[in-house]
Design a protein around this ligand. Structure first.
Ligand SMILES: [Zn+2]
Length: 90
């Protein structure tokens, strides 16, 4: 599925920045979820499976999906909360 592959690409990007975020002060719920997701993708044997060329195979992982959904939900909530309701047109 394209969406799933896209999620994997995004996750690879997230993992690149994982150390930066985890080294800082974690405050917002989405940041906590982000660190959890990054922590998982760095340690989960399933998520880390690669082919001979070092490309991630993107094997299905229920824990990853759950953490990723939690992160997206928290991130969406943070963005909605950041937006001013008055600016939204009815
Ligand atoms: Zn995993």
């Amino acid at each position: 599925m394209y969406a799933r592959r896209l999620a994997r690409v995004l996750l690879a990007l997230l993992c690149d920045h994982y150390e930066t975020v985890s080294a800082g002060v974690v405050q917002a719920p989405w940041q906590t979820a982000f660190v959890r997701l990054g922590d998982h993708c760095l340690t989960c044997p399933t998520c880390r499976v690669m082919d001979d060329e070092g490309a991630n195979l993107g094997l299905p992982c229920e824990t990853h999906d759950r953490l990723y959904d939690a992160y997206r939900e928290a991130w969406t909530r943070a963005r909605v909360a950041h937006r001013r309701p008055a600016e939204a047109s009815a």
